[in-house]
Design a protein. Structure first.
Length: 328
C-alpha cells in the first residue's frame, strides 16, 4: 500500500465556473469566498492538526480564508457525508485518511451513505503515514519479540484500534494471527478514549497512525514497539518495522487526501491541487508534517483518484478473508 514520495504540481485545464476564476501565479486567490475544510475528527488530534496546517497555507493561496470545521462521529463518515452533500464549487473540502473512503464502505456497508468513487472528486494527496503499535510506558515488554513472548504466556491480550473496522483493526488481527497471539479487541467510540485507557494501563496494546501516537511516545506516556512502514522511520530510528521482525504482511501506509464533492469543475480541481502542492512544498509545513512522521506526498488529481480506486478494490477481499463482522 506504500508508494514512493512524489511531489508535483498538476494543473488540468477545463471550463469556467462562477465560484472560481483562474489567475496567474502571482495574482489573487482562485476562490473569492470563505472555504471550509471538513474533518471527521475532534480538535487537537493528528487529523485535525494536518487539516489546520493545510488551512493555514491555503488561506491567501487558494481562498482569502480557509477554516477547519470539525464533524467527528461515525468513523469520520459524517464529515464525508457533509462534503458529498455540499455544492461542488470549491468552497467545501474533505481532508481525511484514505481508508475513510476506500475501506469503510466494505466494513460498514449498511451505514455508509456514500459511494467513494461516484460521490467525490479527488483533488490531491497531502502525504502518507505509517501506523505505530504501542503499549503502556510501564509494560514489561521492551520490544516486539518480548511482547509476543509475554502475550503467549499471558494467554490473552487486549488490543484496540482507533475505531472498529479501521485498517489498524485488520492489521492488528493479522499480526496476532501470525504471531500466535490470542487477542480481545476492545472497541471505543473515539481514538482519544482508547489512548486514555492505554496511558492509564487499562489497555495493553493499541495501533494508530503515527501522527496520533508519536506525541504520546515522545512524551513518555507510551512505548512504540513497531511500525508498519517498510523501513524504520527517521524520527524513530531505534524502532524496527514489523517487516524487519518477520511480519511483512503487517506493512501498510495511510494516505491523507483532499476531496471535493462530485462534479467539481476541472478548473476548481486544478487550482486546489496546485495550491496543495505549493502548501506542502512550504518548508515550515513540510517540517511540521515530518515531525508528525508524515512523508509529504502530493499526487496529481488523476493519481489520487487511481490510488483511491486501487485501495477500494484491494480492501474488499481483505475484509472478506478476515472474517470481520461489522457491529452496526
Amino acid at each position: 500500500m506504500t508508494q514512493a514520495m512524489l511531489t508535483r504540481r498538476a494543473v488540468l485545464l477545463g471550463t469556467g465556473t462562477s465560484a472560481l476564476t483562474l489567475r496567474g501565479p502571482s495574482a489573487q486567490p482562485a476562490v473569492d469566498r470563505l472555504v471550509r475544510i471538513v474533518v471527521g475528527a475532534a480538535p487537537g488530534g493528528g487529523t485535525d492538526t494536518i487539516a489546520r496546517l493545510l488551512a493555514e497555507q491555503l488561506s491567501g493561496r487558494y481562498a482569502p480564508q480557509v477554516i477547519v470545521e470539525n464533524r467527528p462521529g461515525a468513523s469520520s463518515r459524517l464529515a464525508a457525508e457533509a462534503v458529498k452533500a455540499a455544492a461542488p464549487d470549491g468552497t467545501t473540502l474533505l481532508v481525511c485518511p484514505l481508508p475513510v473512503l476506500a475501506l469503510y464502505p466494505h466494513v460498514l456497508p449498511r451505514t455508509t451513505r456514500y459511494d467513494p468513487l461516484a460521490d467525490f472528486t479527488p483533488a490531491a494527496t497531502i502525504g502518507e503515514l505509517a501506523y505505530g503499535f504501542i503499549v503502556p510506558r510501564d509494560h514489561p515488554a521492551r520490544d516486539l519479540p518480548s511482547f509476543i513472548e509475554w502475550g503467549r504466556s499471558k494467554g490473552d491480550v487486549t488490543f484496540a484500534p482507533p475505531v472498529v473496522g479501521a485498517p489498524q483493526h485488520l492489521l492488528g488481527l493479522t499480526f496476532a494471527q501470525a504471531a500466535g497471539l490470542k487477542v480481545t479487541v476492545v472497541t471505543y467510540r473515539s481514538a482519544s478514549l482508547a489512548m486514555q485507557d492505554l496511558i492509564a494501563g487499562r489497555l495493553e496494546s493499541y495501533m494508530n497512525h503515527m501522527a496520533e501516537v508519536s506525541p504520546q511516545v515522545r512524551g513518555g506516556h507510551a512505548r512504540l514497539l513497531a511500525v508498519t512502514s517498510e523501513h524504520r522511520l527517521p524520527g524513530f530510528p531505534d524502532v524496527p518495522s514489523f517487516a524487519e521482525r518477520g511480519f511483512a504482511q503487517v506493512t501498510a501506509g495511510e494516505a491523507f487526501v483532499v476531496m471535493l464533492p462530485a462534479r467539481a469543475p476541472r478548473p476548481v480541481v486544478a487550482a486546489l491541487n496546485a495550491a496543495v502542492a505549493d502548501a506542502v512544498a512550504n518548508t515550515t509545513t513540510r517540517d511540521r508534517l515530518m515531525q508528525m512522521q508524515m512523508t509529504p506526498m502530493v499526487l496529481s488529481t488523476a493519481e489520487t483518484g487511481a490510488r483511491l480506486a486501487r485501495e477500494f478494490a484491494a480492501w474488499g477481499p481483505v475484509v472478506r478473508a478476515s472474517g470481520f463482522t461489522p457491529e452496526e
